[in-house]
Design a protein around this ligand. Structure first.
Ligand code: ZN
Ligand code: ZN
Length: 318
């Protein structure tokens, strides 16, 4: 399955590079950047393929089973802009250009220090080296790390101010998944990629781990009145579970500064006492929005306001 997807991805990447990127490099006489440019086209191509599958599917589902009618179209359009920038726009290219040299140096240091990374595939020969088992194993390990990243996003005030951009959406749709501050995203991506590097995830496998995670997260944010049946809702995070994490006064307050932090699997919340299984599709947002605090209407304002709140906790956006 993965090899079929790999071939489709490679063919699309090659076509996009040859027809869109290479002519630009030739026109500017910058063919020395050819290899870098070819690699940098991978994530935007994946983003387009994801959208081609997910957008029609999620739009049909949201139309058929909505939690609420869309009343703030402009907020949804802002989320679309985030999604486009994060998946196929400048953000993945920027992340690639910024993070690649960091990873190359880490790998170089690891080689110099004689550090050999643990190879999780080799834990139980015959079982853990099977492609599906190893894929699930890495998905679970990375999701565990993601759970703790998410706890950090709520626990530290500076990080919360960045993450609040994600929580300030009061009209959630499947587009809301990528509504994240650029710095918040870069930090999370960097931590996950370093962990993946340290536990021995192959680059070709990492791509599909990220795709699986993103597809599931997009579905969780949908304006979708979907209650997963009993056993399944304990296996994977669905729209109802994640909506409670976005609930006003529910998902960002209390002892752990929130509930239902699990990104893909709810087990971590169950293990660490942060789970909230109550039923219901609660209103979303941050409590102080009810008291007039503004988190910004457009993408630029949301980014700028987050930095202002970090420097000045009393900043109300007004
Ligand atoms: Zn959160
Ligand atoms: Zn969310």
């Amino acid at each position: 399955m993965i090899s079929v997807l790999d071939s489709a991805l490679l063919a699309t990447q090659q076509a996009v590079y040859e027809h869109a990127v290479q002519p630009v490099l030739l026109a500017f006489g910058e063919m020395r950047l050819a290899e870098l440019a070819y690699d940098a086209t991978e994530w935007p191509v994946i983003g387009v393929l994801e959208f081609a599958v997910m957008v029609p599917l999620m739009m049909a589902l949201e139309r058929a089973f909505p939690v609420e009618a869309v009343h703030d179209r402009r907020a949804v359009i802002t989320d679309m802009l985030y999604a486009l920038l994060h998946r196929i726009g400048v953000f993945p290219v920027l992340a690639f250009l910024l993070l690649t040299p960091v990873f190359d140096s880490i790998e170089g240091l690891m080689r110099l220090g004689g550090f050999s990374r643990p190879d999780l595939d080799a834990l139980w020969p015959g079982l853990t080296d099977r492609p599906l088992v190893s894929f699930l194993m890495y998905l679970i390990v990375l999701d565990f790390v993601d759970y703790w990243i998410h706890r950090g996003q709520h626990a530290w005030r500076w990080w919360w101010e960045l993450h609040a951009v994600h929580h300030s959406q009061r009209q959630m749709t499947f587009w809301s998944d990528e509504r994240n501050h650029l710095f918040d995203d870069l930090l999370r991506d960097a931590i996950l990629a370093v962990v993946a590097l340290l536990i021995g995830v192959a680059p070709g496998q990492f791509v599909w781990l990220v795709v699986a995670s993103r597809v599931i997260q997009q579905w969780q944010h949908a304006n979708l009145r979907l209650r997963l049946p009993g056993p399944i809702r304990h296996l994977i995070v669905g729209p109802e579970f994640h909506r409670r994490h976005h609930g006003i006064g529910v998902g960002h307050e209390g002892r752990a500064q929130g509930v239902n932090f699990g990104v893909l699997f709810p087990w971590w919340d169950q293990c660490f006492g942060t789970v909230d299984w109550r039923d219901g599709f609660v209103p979303t947002g941050i409590r102080d929005q009810l008291h007039g605090r503004e988190y910004g209407r457009g993408l630029l304002a949301q980014h700028w306001f987050a930095l202002r709140r970090i420097l000045n906790p009393g900043f109300t956006g007004r």
